[in-house]
Design a protein around this ligand. Sequence first.
Ligand code: SAM
Length: 218
Amino acid sequence: MREGDLRGRRVLEVGCGTGRLAAALAERALAKVWAVDPSPEMLAVARERAPRGVAFKQAGAEALPFKDGWFERAVTMLVVHVLDRPLAFAELRRVLGSGGRLVVATFDPAHIHGYWLNRYFPSIAEIDLARFAPADVLTGELRAAGFAEVRTLALHQRKTIDRETALERIRGRHISTFDLIDETEIEAGLNRAVEELPEEVEYRIEWLIVVASCSPGS
Ligand SMILES: C[S@@+](CC[C@H](N)C(=O)[O-])C[C@H]1O[C@@H](n2cnc3c(N)ncnc32)[C@H](O)[C@@H]1O
């Protein structure tokens, strides 16, 4: 939130999912928020929990239903790995006005290398290293889309979850990468996790934050 300079601004969140960030942007950053996601199921949950001041639309990042230059800020969290990024970044650039700023929060490839599920599901690392682009690739794509200045920073978080929560997440296939793994691997990985997971699972999240700015007067 600090990187976005969001207070009171017109902010677009792309790929809002169940709307947690959109709600926080409206409540904590006092931004005027528009949030889009192509999934009607996600939007239904998001609409239920949203505070006043958040408007939702069903749309994908590659075709945003907004006028040129309408937004002052745009944010996207854990979404750019599923997008057609050149199209999506061009759209984000189009809907941001002069001096506008986009903040992309995604996983750094270091996060994929150290992911706590790799031990149980060996395909995850290969699949996600192909999906989560590193800083230099995202920087090049954002510049090509017309952003004048792009900078990146790293954030680290330590998390602990209990064994039952970890197993619930696996059984609920809580990350989209599970959709790309075959059932035999999922079953074997779950059995191994049941046998081996400790009472507490500690892991780190290695965030990559990319801040892309439009030049003033453009
Ligand atoms: C991992 S979830 C992240 C959701 C939310 N940003 C969060 O951090 O909780 C990825 C989201 O991207 C959405 N998504 C998938 N394809 C998309 C697209 N083309 N444009 C925008 N969002 C998309 C999915 O529906 C899903 O809600």
